[in-house]
Design a protein around this ligand. Structure first.
Ligand code: PMP
Length: 417
């Protein structure tokens, strides 16, 4: 089924109200006010095309995949594998076998750390990350380094929230076996030039993982152009279901890596003496996968493709610029993070009001924003704040919603004097 997005026949522009009609969650009242959903970096809302695909799967196609010889199982298998091809296309991977379905970015990084990390890391080796990583791109590497006696090195950022590339380069030496970097920071919005950063790591023959959880909803991804070995995405942040995501891995690496979990689906043959494994991606998809989730994620990919990146990027650029302008009018408001290249994510503090109080007050106006450390405690420490409030925009947000946020923040100011 096609998304119902057609440019206006006279102006050629896409009507945002028409797009919003695809998202049932956006049309509800919360606390007696129309919902203003500005927590898209935590999870995006879902278009009805995705919701209907899930409902259709459970209503008419539900069956286990890969094993059945009967009609429904063949249909479900074909739909699941078709979703893999859509994800391959979305990431421009060379081969569908390079697309491993996982629960999301967190599982993808844990998979790589546990499987590839344990395979290659020796005591004294190094893993390089950056100071703007999400906890899910810190803790798995810490666990790995602790268990093998390797060292975690952290490339610093400056006060604009930009990676200091000269310092990153200094860390890249012969002991560095793995580099793991975020593409777009979820709390600062910084967009890293991952192609350049990967190139520098490759000069030292390091294997590079890019955490693309916040990039995939906002920009086209080309893993071959970036040159990374692993790339991770979460379906729920890109208009797809929760509990599904993709680990892209270069086939040469996936082939050499040991399984992450053992069980059904990932084997070629099993005896009590010895088990041999299926080739990738099955080797890394033990057990019954999230079949409906993968199918739904495939529909979300098609939805984004139909919208087109030009529209998504332009809409989000307009929202970001307008929001930065409007938020600057709120007395005592400070934006945390001002990198030159940034996505539609704004973290901020307001003098004299704790971030949680900001969130609670604007919620009374129906405005949903995130408050806290955003799973990036080291970033909070770096900026010397316990928490921030964060507004994050999707293409379906409007400038009127930015005004609603600004008004609600002005009211918060009044409450706290
Ligand atoms: N990395 C980044 C940059 C994120 O924003 C998130 C989600 N907040 C994650 C990783 C983890 O993603 P998930 O919870 O979908 O596994």
């Amino acid at each position: 089924m096609q998304p119902r997005i057609e440019p206006d026949s006279t102006t050629g522009t896409i009507d945002i109200e028409q797009i919003r009609q695809d998202f049932p969650a956006l049309h509800q009242q919360v606390r007696g006010k129309p919902l203003t959903y500005l927590d898209n970096a935590a999870t995006s809302q879902k278009p009805k095309q995705v919701i209907e695909a899930l409902s259709r799967y459970y209503s008419y196609q539900n069956s286990n995949i890969h094993r059945g010889v009967y009609y429904l199982s063949e249909q479900a298998t074909a739909a699941y594998e078709a979703a893999r091809v859509k994800a391959q296309r979305f990431l421009n991977a060379a081969n569908p076998a390079e697309v491993v379905f996982v629960r999301g970015t967190t599982e993808a990084i844990n998979l790589v750390a546990s499987s590839y990390g344990r395979l290659v890391l020796q005591p004294g080796d190094e893993v390089v990350i950056s100071a703007m990583e999400h906890h899910s791109n810190i803790v798995p590497w810490q666990l790995l380094c602790e268990s093998v006696g390797a060292n975690l090195r952290v490339a610093p950022i400056d006060t604009s929230g930009t990676l200091i590339i000269s310092e990153y380069e200094k860390l890249l030496g012969p002991r560095v076996k793995i580099v793991a970097l975020v593409h777009v920071s979820n709390s600062l919005g910084t967009i890293n030039d991952v192609k350049h950063l990967v190139g520098l790591a490759k000069e030292q023959s390091a294997v590079v993982l890019i955490d693309g959880a916040q990039a995939a909803p906002h920009m086209p991804i080309d893993v071959q152009d970036i040159g990374c070995d692993f790339y991770t995405v979460s379906g729920h942040k890109m208009y797809g279901p929760t509990g599904i995501g993709v680990l892209y891995g270069r086939i040469e690496l996936l082939e050499t890596m040991p399984p992450y979990q053992g069980g059904g689906e990932m084997i070629r043959s099993v005896t009590f003496e010895k088990t041999t494994y299926a080739p990738p991606p099955a080797k890394f998809e033990a057990g019954t996968p999230h079949i409906a989730g993968a199918i739904g994620m495939g529909v979300a990919i098609e939805y984004l493709e139909q919208l087109g990146w030009d529209f998504v990027r332009e809409q989000e650029r307009v929202l970001l610029e307008y929001a930065l302008e409007r938020l600057a009018t709120v007395p005592g408001l400070q934006v945390i993070g001002s990198a030159e290249s940034r996505a539609s994510v704004i973290s901020f503090t307001v003098d004299g009001i704790h971030a949680h109080d900001i969130g609670t007050i604007v919620d009374q106006e129906g405005v949903a924003i995130r408050t806290g450390h955003h799973c990036t405690q080291p970033i909070m420490d770096f900026f010397g704040v316990p928490a921030t409030a964060r507004a994050s925009f999707a293409f379906y947000n409007t400038v009127e919603e930015v005004d609603t946020l600004t008004k609600a923040l002005m009211e918060a100011r009044e409450v706290f004097g």
